[in-house]
Design a protein around this ligand. Sequence first.
Ligand code: MGD
Ligand code: MGD
Ligand code: MO
Length: 762
Amino acid sequence: MTRRARHKTYDQPTGGWGSVKSLARHAKAQKAVATLGSLVKDHNKPGGYMCTSCAWAKPAQPHAAEFCENGGKATFWDLTSKRTTPDFFARHTVTELLDWSDFDLENEGRLTHPMRYDAATDRYVETSWEQAFQDIGGKLKGYDPKNVVFYASGRASLETSYMYQLLARLYGNNNLPDSSNMCHETTSVALPQSIGTPVGTVLLEDFAQTDCILSFGQNVGTNAPRLLHSLQEARERDVPIIVFNPLRERGWEAFVNPQRPGQMLTNSPTQIATQYCQPRAGADIAAMMGIARSVFELDDAARRAGRERVLDEAFIAEHTHGFEAFEARVRATSWTEIETTSGLTRAALEAAGATYARAKAVIAIFGMGLTQHRLGVDNVQMLINLLLMRGNLGKPGAGICPVRGHSNVQGQRTVGIAEKAKLVPLDRLAAQYGFEPPRQDGLNTVEACEAIAAGTVQAFIGLGGNFVRAIPERELMERTWRDMDLSVQIATKLNRTHLVTARSTWLLPTLVRSEIDAQASGPQIVTMEDSTTCIHASHGRHRPASPHLLSEPKIVAEIAKATLAPNPMVPWDEWVADYARVRDAIEETFPDDFHDFNRRLDIPGGFPRPVAARNRKWETDTGKANFKLPKALSASFDDGDDPDILRLITLRSNDQFNTTVYGYADRLRGIHDSRMIVMINALDRERLGVAKGGTLRLTTAVDDGLSRSMGGFQAIDYDIPRGTVAAYFPECNPLIPLWHYAEESKTPAAKSVPVRISPDER
Ligand SMILES: Nc1nc2c(c(=O)[nH]1)N[C@H]1C(S)=C(S)[C@@H](COP(=O)(O)OP(=O)(O)OC[C@H]3O[C@@H](n4cnc5c(=O)[nH]c(N)nc54)[C@H](O)[C@@H]3O)O[C@H]1N2
Ligand SMILES: Nc1nc2c(c(=O)[nH]1)N[C@H]1C(S)=C(S)[C@@H](COP(=O)(O)OP(=O)(O)OC[C@H]3O[C@@H](n4cnc5c(=O)[nH]c(N)nc54)[C@H](O)[C@@H]3O)O[C@H]1N2
Ligand SMILES: [Mo]
């Protein structure tokens, strides 16, 4: 029986006492071995560990507490004193556990022993590491390499990731899908075409020099809360912040900094957004077109009056390509089209345009609200177009700022976890390790799903993550997953992917980053790359949850040794004994990014990788920054103006990290006690015949022969544009067709799923 949700609009600021209380509650509930005190000392601090929650930058001069509510929750969740032991598995069959919620599964605590699924008893049983590696290696040797998938979720360190991609390539494929395929892959496809780099150009110090910030489709208060420090400081310099988001997210509205006693005592928040626009889901291209149009109109007026131009003509002439076509497109787009498609008024967009045009240095922030759409690539490129109009790239205080997801997801790509062969220096790997690496592109996440559904994948190795729960098309995927021969899951906690078993299934427990990783040469350091391309060292500080855990590098090395023919040029054992040797190898493969790697590890604030676009060097096909024309004004699916088809946004609550659900309090949205809810405009709800607070059913509105429908959602009247509804990921993933993804990047279009709504009174 699902619990009913309570909803009461949250009128308190982000941060503040609400976040302090929430953290204290979570520390207690998890009986965590870390304390608030240990977090102050170690969390994101030099000599401490780097947070496992988001990938936001870590400042060179950290705050007294360099953690947020959600980073704290993530750490307490990792450092819980609860344990999921062999005894637990003896008490529960896997079939029984399939009925447990995401929360209940992970809330059992940390995995302690390597386990093997025993089909005869439908239980996981304890196994030895030796046996596990021998069996896994034996099986891997028997498959056609192109039928094996090496998935990575974005938490594993640079060291582990490098070893993992090498394992896949020595084995014989580039099948290295990554959680980023579901996330910022759109960014990694869009930015190189526009400005010649797959990553953002903004560094933390740019926030101190900016004089205008735009934000599209990112939820700062929940998903990158430490960025609020920079935003608050910018607001104190009176920097305007314009936010585009269908939902009014509390983090973009009001913030009380828990580290400022004065602000805490008076509970007087900093107002973050100076203008808040609520477009329909998928309407950002139209909104940006409106801003661009108003910039052209302001430029026309300036020219007529003989004032200084609004467009940065010199920058456009020297640094860009495709401006004329872009100008023609913008001028040909009428205000009526812009207003109808975006759901925003001309006045609002002109106001945003005027603010943008006044600023000398503008930062554009974005998240999943741009990337997870059918035309996600066009979304991101349109944002770049806006920046190019006034030369807002490659100068202090300006630039593009994708806010990445997992704490090392960007870094994994940097060191070679990529299914696209052209992104990896294969010739260097060939020379360094004396082998012929596969040159054919491998499978990304959607392609891996297609191959699993088609029955051609024999084995799936998961370096972290919860693949089955994170991908679209859950029913089909869970059914076909069971036909695979082998599933190996390297994990810290039990999740649903471990319960949807293959013919042979292993569950290999590992350390978390805040734990001490002792190897032959002593305690090890690992490294990661943040959202702003800075590389940081991380030192584990806590005792491992179980003496039976192995580190990720050790697990990867042992699988490699059990699977591959010995190669004296690949020193797996030496690497495990001393991770500094892995860093030497990374440096040899990627000398530009990682020169003097081991010597630069502990530079405060991390060391940035070079990004050519920061210096106005454009590594694109034209040698310039390219204006790219969007394929349409709406990034969403074509709803043919049918008012009964709504756009479903699937998003995160304030009490989860992806599929890890910490609890049932989406405090900043005022939604408590249940995740089976749909945020809906009251007018839509009434029109569709759903009672206030009533139960409704979501049915995917596509015609492809599959039926996708889920009932039991409680309607929550919410401040959201008509025609757009929002509900939680991962609960809604069965509703997303596998083919509903961003063109070019194949990132699932999770921010606008076509759905019909009907009452579901039972
Ligand atoms: N605490 C916590 N931190 C996290 C995560 C977590 O789950 N919990 N996940 C991590 C990961 S892997 C990632 S990728 C990031 C995700 O962080 P975000 O990028 O913030 O992702 P979401 O919460 O899915 O959605 C972002 C926002 O997009 C808005 N949105 C939806 N559709 C549209 C649209 O069409 N246009 C516009 N303008 N806005 C839209 C939604 O209302 C929502 O506020 O966070 C990372 N950090
Ligand atoms: N509908 C919808 N679907 C989405 C999204 C959406 O917005 N909407 N967002 C997408 C995005 S942005 C992402 S990034 C993906 C996330 O997809 P994944 O990265 O695959 O999923 P997570 O939920 O982050 O994985 C959680 C599991 O990782 C394991 N784990 C945690 N820490 C560690 C560690 O240090 N090492 C190892 N080996 N394992 C560890 C734990 O066992 C935990 O259960 O989901 C995507 N799916
Ligand atoms: Mo992500």
